[in-house]
Design a protein around this ligand. Structure first.
Ligand code: ZN
Length: 255
């Protein structure tokens, strides 16, 4: 009787299985079933995707390298007689990342950055400050990033507004200070409540909004407009001031 093949260390002999004429054997690593013939079992082991490299090199020699393509195909039953659907049990290696360990989180820096972008959008687009408390907006942001915390209406109208105002003011001052020459542009208008406002824009040449204020009871005479412009000029480096631009209203011309 010839000595038993070493392949049987890697297969369990199943004996006769219903539906097959020949005795069957099952791979110990992936449960794949083949006819219990040594050459069939060796052919499977060569392509078994669940057998470790140690097992494979122990059997086929230290130079053996598993072929990836063959290993992928090894899930499919290849024998003509095979009618069983093979359930492949793959051991999960320790290094394999598990979905159980996935934690969705947001760093405080990322939260701050997203929050800043949100509040800037609200201020620049003139959206109402209670936007973040509207249910559809909450649902939208929850879907986009479940960990992002929308700022409250109170924060939007106090601390965040102050922060954005200060930052914008600093940026504007830097732009004006770094310009070689500036122009002052002014215009007046009345709002819906018939209150008169005056605004000031400085071109660096990039135009920046400098200030706007309600004129209140002060009549828009040439003298008063000139005093107002003087007041604005005193707040900027007037040695850089190249021109003052207004519309052609008679009071402006006088000023
Ligand atoms: Zn196998």
């Amino acid at each position: 009787m010839p000595p038993a093949s070493p392949i049987w260390a890697h297969f369990n002999k199943l004996g006769h299985v219903a539906g097959f004429q020949q005795a069957r054997a099952q791979c110990k690593y992936c449960n794949y079933e083949v006819n219990a013939a040594a050459n069939k079992c060796i052919a499977h082991l060569k392509t078994c995707s669940s057998a470790s490299i140690t097992v494979l090199q122990g059997f086929f020699g230290p130079d053996f390298q598993p072929k990836i393509k063959q290993r992928n195909n090894s899930y499919l039953p290849t024998e003509q007689n095979s009618i069983n659907i093979i359930t492949v049990k793959r051991p999960i290696s320790r290094s394999q990342p598990s979905i159980n360990n996935f934690v969705n989180r947001i760093s405080s820096a990322e939260q701050d950055k997203c929050e800043l972008l949100f509040v800037q959008a609200v201020y620049r687009c003139g959206l109402f400050l209670s936007l973040s408390e509207l249910e559809p907006i909450k649902i939208l942001f929850q879907k986009l990033h479940p960990c992002f915390k929308l700022p409250s209406r109170k924060a939007l109208s106090t601390t965040l507004l102050d922060d954005v105002y200060d930052n914008t003011k600093n940026e504007m001052n830097e732009l004006i200070n770094s310009a070689n020459n500036i122009c002052l542009i002014s215009d007046g208008w009345s709002n819906m409540m018939q209150e008169h406002w005056t605004n000031y824009i400085i071109t660096t040449p990039r135009p920046v909004f400098f200030s706007a204020h309600q004129t209140g009871e002060i009549k828009q005479t040439g003298e008063n407009i000139a005093a107002d412009i003087d007041n604005v000029i005193s707040q900027i480096d007037h040695s850089k001031l190249a021109a003052i631009i207004t519309d052609n209203a008679s009071s402006m011309k006088k000023a």
